[in-house]
Ligand binder design. Structure first.
Ligand SMILES: Cc1cc2nc3c(=O)[nH]c(=O)nc-3n(C[C@H](O)[C@H](O)[C@H](O)COP(=O)(O)OP(=O)(O)OC[C@H]3O[C@@H](n4cnc5c(N)ncnc54)[C@H](O)[C@@H]3O)c2cc1C
Length: 434
């Protein structure tokens, strides 16, 4: 692990991707090409904005079922009541007025890849959109856990909105001695530090509210903590000692939402007060039919985010799988979705101009994780396009080579990092949605 200090981290966190040069705008003399984007989260909003900004003479339509996007980033702080839902609600007005993106409220239902057409279900019926390039950024879908899982009773809160409110209300109803059980999905999943962050802020909430004897039981399907092991290891064993109980290798065998009970390979809990099941994840459903990796995410070319079979169908954000040098893919984060969106926008505008692909690209991911409602940790990783290596150090192909990874040293898990978290989130929100 490369040592990095807070100042270096903040500098890196400000830029999610680097390109050798910006593309030329598409000539105004041609008929404006059509780019359709599915999903108005961090990936989709960013690609829609940057294709319009860089391409200029390009019609961009963003398809999204919700009137605004509720960010998962900072949503654990809404669960604990430290932030309001408004604080993480991001509208599409600026994309329309500042950038000329057309927003169609609807759900993409099917792709006719041979005919370059997308069918969208809207309140006024089905609409068919023709496209020159289609970008899919639908986030994640869940693999239903075995048993009788009802997210309306035992929420995941891993897509923000009504699930966040449900978990918030259930947490607020906890009393002293009650048990909050949560699962950590098998990697790869959305936001590697996110579940451990949630365990910390829930434990912190229970202590602050004087819920004496209340516990947070973390059932992790993985063999160890998947991100920031030093910061979370310290938080579990020192900061929140006696409140958080951490169990690795806890693969879910059955869930019963009616009784809030769960059986895993290492621990069974019956009648928990709150059962927060975060299931295993895969690419959003609209990507069905595209080539997937073993974990269920769509394989893409990291220079263009194009899919293997269709050079004009791109997948970005949590739904895509980008090979990286450490045997894992690049992390699934909002910051990375924003970076991938810019690389993809650059590739699309170049393709529309008949230019060659830009191979000189770098991406970056950053996460801040509150440990209490006063202090936070951070994590950053930088990637450069090029050769990637297997565990024995042999070149195994092209992908995003991980240059380094930085985690906050213990002395920087503090109030300054907590303040920086809001600054970082606001700049990512603005770069994606404004
Ligand atoms: C608790 C938590 C904390 C997190 N903290 C961080 C953090 O600190 N830093 C960080 O970088 N990331 C963080 N993340 C991860 C981040 O939220 C995701 O990685 C990011 O949202 C991925 O962006 P995306 O565009 O792929 O998907 P999303 O942002 O989820 O957007 C997908 C959009 O697609 C829409 N959609 C889906 N299907 C269709 C369809 N068929 N038609 C039309 N629209 C569709 C959905 O409605 C949604 O709006 C966190 C996540 C969680 C859960």
């Amino acid at each position: 692990m490369t040592a990095m200090n807070r100042r270096q981290f903040i500098r890196l966190a400000g830029a999610s991707c680097a390109l050798a040069a910006l593309p030329r705008a598409v000539s105004a003399a041609t008929t404006a090409p059509r780019v359709v984007v599915v999903g108005g989260g961090f990936g989709g909003a960013t690609v829609a904005k940057y294709v319009r900004m860089w391409g200029d003479n390009v019609q961009v339509t963003l398809v999204e079922p919700n009137p605004s996007h509720i960010s998962c980033i900072l949503s654990n702080m809404v669960v604990t009541g430290d932030l309001s839902m408004n604080r993480i609600t991001l509208g599409y007005d600026a994309l329309k007025t500042n950038h000329g993106v057309s927003v169609l409220q609807g759900r993409a239902m099917g792709i006719d890849a041979a005919g370059n057409r997308l069918t969208v279900s809207t309140y006024s019926g089905h609409q068919v959109l023709d496209y020159d390039h289609l970008v899919l950024a639908p986030g994640i879908a869940f693999a239903t856990p075995p048993g009788n899982w009802k997210p309306g009773l035992t929420p995941h809160a891993w897509q923000a909105g009504s699930q966040t409110t449900l978990l918030k209300n259930q947490l607020a109803a906890m009393r002293g001695g009650d048990v909050f059980v949560m699962t950590v999905p098998k990697s790869p999943y959305r936001c590697p530090p996110g579940p451990y962050e949630r365990a910390c802020v829930v434990a912190d909430y229970l202590k602050r509210k004087g819920r004496t004897g209340a516990k947070v039981v973390v059932l992790d399907a993985n063999a160890s903590i998947q991100a920031e092991p030093e910061a979370f290891g310290h938080a579990f064993s020192v900061t929140h000692a006696g409140v958080i109980e951490y169990h690795p290798n806890a693969v879910v065998q059955s869930v019963d939402s009616d009784t809030r009970s769960i059986v895993t390979t290492v621990r069974t809990v019956s009648n928990a007060k709150v059962l927060n099941v975060i299931p295993n994840q895969r690419a959003g459903t609209i990507t069905r039919g595209l080539a997937l990796d073993a974990a269920g995410f769509v394989k893409v070319d990291p220079l263009t985010y194009a899919t293997a079979a269709y050079p004009n169908i791109h997948v970005i954000g949590d739904s895509c799988s980008v090979p990286a040098s450490d045997g894992k893919g690049v992390p699934k984060s909002g910051h990375m979705a924003n970076a991938e969106a810019k690389v993809c926008a650059n590739a699309i505008v170049r393709a529309l101009n008949g230019e060659t692909v830009d191979e000189d690209i770098a991406t970056n991911s950053a996460c801040y994780s509150p440990i209490t409602n006063r202090k936070a940790s951070w994590l950053s990783a930088n990637f450069l396009y090029g050769d990637i290596y297997d565990a024995a150090g042999k070149v195994k192909g092209k992908g995003m080579h991980r240059l380094d990874i930085g985690e906050a040293p213990e002395k920087e898990v503090n109030g300054d990092s907590y303040e920086d978290m809001y600054q970082w989130a606001d700049s990512l929100f603005a770069d994606s949605f404004m």
